[in-house]
Design a binder for this molecule. Sequence first.
Ligand code: FE
Length: 348
Amino acid sequence: MVHIMHKSRLVSLLLLSLVLSLLLSGCEQQNSHEVNVYSARKEALIKPALDRFQTETGIKVNLVTGNADALIERLKAEGVASPADVLITVDAGRLHRAKSLQLTQAVDSEQLQTLIPAAYRDPEGHWFGLSLRARPIMYAKDRVNPADLSTYADLADETWRGRVCIRSSSNIYNQSLVASMVASDGVDAVEQWAAGLVKNFARKPVGGDRDQIKALAAGVCDVAVANTYYLFGMLSSENDAEVKAAEQVQVFWPNQQGRGTHVNISGIALTQSAKNPDNAVQLMEFLLNEESQSWYANVNGEYPIRDNTVVHPTLAGWGQFKKDAINLAELGKLGPEAVKIMDRVEWP
Ligand code: FE
C-alpha cells in the first residue's frame, strides 16, 4: 500500500515537473523576443530609437517611462521580481546611485568598451553613456563681454554680484557640477566658492535650466549655468517668444585653459533583475551604433558619446570645446559631499 502510494506520488511529481518545464520553456520563448525598458527620458527622446531597434531585430521593446528618481524607487521596490531589463536615465550621479543600491549588474561587451570613452562608462561595467550633455556658462549677448568670463570658479568673483542665475542645489546636474569641482579643487576651496556664488545669485533659485535661460533673456541676470540642449530646444521651438529669448543668449565654454567644461551623460544600465540580458545588451550596443548616435546629436540637441560623430549645425555653431576628462563615476562618489557643501553655504 505504502509502496503504491509512493509510486503514484512519483508519477504526479514527474507530471508536475513536466508541466513546469513546459511552462518555463514557454516563458523563455516569449522572453527571448522582448526587452523591457524603464526610461527616465521622455518618450519622444528615446522611442524613435527603440522603434528602429524593434524593426531591425524583431525584438519587441516594452517601454515604461517615468520620473528618474521614481523609476529607481520602483526598481528598488520590485526587487528581483522587476520586469525591467534596462534602465535608461540621465546623469552619472543617478546611474551611480542605482549601482550603489545594487539595482544594476555588470555587462562585459567589447563593443561598448571600444565605442564609449572610458570617462563615460562605469569602470566595473554597470552603466554606459548613451549621449553627452554639456553644462557651460551662458551669457546675455548685449550685457556681457565674453572676454570677462573664464571659469566656473570665477562666477564667485564679486564682479558677478547679483548677476548669476542657476537652479536649486537639489538638482542632480548641479550636484554633479559641484562634485566635479570638488574632484579638482578639494572641499575647502569649493565651499568658499559656493559661498561666493550664492552671494552672487540674482534671485533665489527657481525653476529648471530653461527658466534660467529665460531669466537671462529677460534681464533678471547676466550669466547663467545650464545644459546646452535646453538652449537648443528653445532655439528650435515653435514658440516665437522662446526663440527670441534664446537668440539673446550665447554659450561660453568655461575652464578651457584648465580641466575643461563640465559634461555629463544620459546612460543605460542592465538591471539586476534582467530576464532578457542578451536582448538588453543587444539594445545597448544598438544605441551606440552610428545611426543612433547621430540621431541623438541631431534630434535631442545633445552630443554623441562616440568621438567623430557629426553634430547638429546649431551645436557646431557653438564651437568645439575641451571637456573635463574626469571619469563620471568619480562624480557619483563625490555627489553626497557636494550636497553637504551646498547645504552648508545655504544654496537653496
Ligand atoms: Fe535635463
